[in-house]
Design a binder for this molecule. Structure first.
Ligand SMILES: [Zn+2]
Length: 138
């Protein structure tokens, strides 16, 4: 019986109940479904990654380091792209941090380091969530 592949539109002979014509389209379908799922669960997923990172600091650090070395260009491009698309969010995040740390703001450089660390952790969680959405396992 002939079916039409839902990914590439090619007709194929389906012996089993299949919606795609072959392995490549099966992979693509899986990727698309995962992406859709990720878009719908982004907030939750980022929260989950952050929680995991907080509970597995050493593991997380090691994996992020490895990921960054392997994806140096991608990491930078991703940060730039994300920043361009989320300027307002970054501004709000910085403002929020400032509001919460007002009294300490000018007090010490230690705090500004802490702030940088928090902001890095924020980006790393996003990068990690992005990596997950690209089917890389934690
Ligand atoms: Zn196909």
């Amino acid at each position: 019986m002939n079916r039409v592949c839902i990914i590439c539109g090619a007709e194929f002979d389906a012996r089993r109940i299949a919606k795609v014509c072959g392995d490549e389209c099966r992979k693509e379908k899986k990727r698309m479904l995962h992406k859709k799922w990720y878009e719908e669960n982004k907030e939750k997923e980022i929260a989950r990654v952050k929680r995991w990172a907080a509970e597995n600091k050493e593991k997380y650090k090691a994996r992020m380091k490895k990921w960054r070395v392997e994806n140096k260009e991608k990491d930078r491009a991703y940060k730039n792209k994300w920043y361009e698309e989320n300027k307002e969010k970054v501004g709000a995040y910085n403002k929020k941090w400032y509001e919460e740390n007002k009294d300490k703001h000018w007090a010490s450089t230690k705090k500004s380091k802490e702030r940088k660390r928090q902001s890095d952790a924020f980006f790393q969680a996003l990068a990690m969530a992005d990596a997950i959405s690209n089917n890389k396992s934690l």
